[in-house]
Design a protein around this ligand. Structure first.
Ligand code: IPE
Ligand code: IPE
Ligand code: MG
Length: 252
């Protein structure tokens, strides 16, 4: 068995955690409840996770709330999810603000109704100078959409003569993505037992540590979060280097 390497340096706490909150529907079905009851219960898990991040000193939390593919769900479920999103924005924002948390919504928000779009602007504006946890909610988000829109912006700049095609490199693409100003995710968590990315942060996850749990999202709590952090702390991140190189580096 491979020996677990325990890191006690500050980097054993991830700066940025990104989560696919999956399993709400199955949680509800097991209780013979409508799927929506699972989404409502999922909101409680969001609150616990935000609190846990603040307690552990995580700087950035990105949560996948609604994917660009989730429009394919039954109309009724999509409608209920939109309502939940709207009421959550209304109800949670003052508490987030009190806790010095900055909220950003990433994704194509133009698809949402005018009321939701206004709430998003209000919530982002209210919390824009907050310096504690940076909370990003991915809503109508798709990793491919995000990369495509970065390419579109760069192509427009080339067309306008502001940029040459040769100057485009990975850093430049990265600068045109939604989370450009924030550190890349160190730890990715997916609840609900599936082991896939489902079009989440495709670009940003290039070197992220992946963690999957069978817990359904409404069951996810402080203990589950701590278990994910423990798993993260036991990993050696090599970024292409050898294990020996990394060990030599951490000894200095
Ligand atoms: C995740 O839970 C929440 C959203 C995608 C909005 P699901 O609704 O996907 O739950 P399962 O996968 O059906 O259990
Ligand atoms: C991913 O969950 C999206 C969110 C959690 C918002 P899904 O339940 O939609 O993912 P797939 O379709 O099973 O891959
Ligand atoms: Mg699902």
């Amino acid at each position: 068995m491979a020996k677990a390497i325990k890191h006690t340096s500050p980097s054993s706490i991830p700066r940025h955690v990104a989560i696919i909150m999956d399993g709400n529907g199955r949680w509800a079905r097991r209780r013979h409840l409508p799927r929506f009851a699972g989404h409502r219960a999922g909101l409680q898990a969001v609150r616990k996770t935000v609190r846990a991040c603040a307690e552990h000193g995580v700087e950035v939390l990105t949560l996948f709330a609604f994917s660009s593919e989730n429009w394919r769900r039954p109309k009724e479920e999509v409608g209920l999810l939109m309502n939940l999103f709207l009421t959550a924005l209304e109800r949670e924002i003052s508490k987030l603000h009190e806790n010095n948390i900055r909220l950003r919504i990433i994704g194509d928000t133009t698809a949402f109704n005018a009321e939701i779009q206004q709430r998003i602007v209000d919530a982002e504006t209210l919390t824009q100078n907050n310096t504690a946890l940076q909370l990003n909610i991915a809503a109508n988000y798709g990793g491919r959409w995000e990369i495509a829109q970065a390419c579109r912006r760069l192509a427009t700049a080339v067309q306008a003569g502001e940029l040459t095609a040769e100057a485009i490199d990975p850093e430049m693409i990265q600068q045109h993505l939604s989370l450009a100003h924030l550190p890349e995710p160190d730890l990715f968590i997916r609840s609900g037992g599936e082991q896939r990315i489902s079009n989440f942060l495709l670009w940003q996850l290039a070197y992220t540590e992946l963690y999957f749990t069978d817990l359904l999202w409404p069951e996810f709590d402080e203990k589950a979060f701590a278990a994910a952090l423990d798993s993260f702390a036991s990993r050696q991140r090599r970024f292409g280097r050898t294990g020996e190189q990394v060990e030599a580096q951490t000894q200095v």
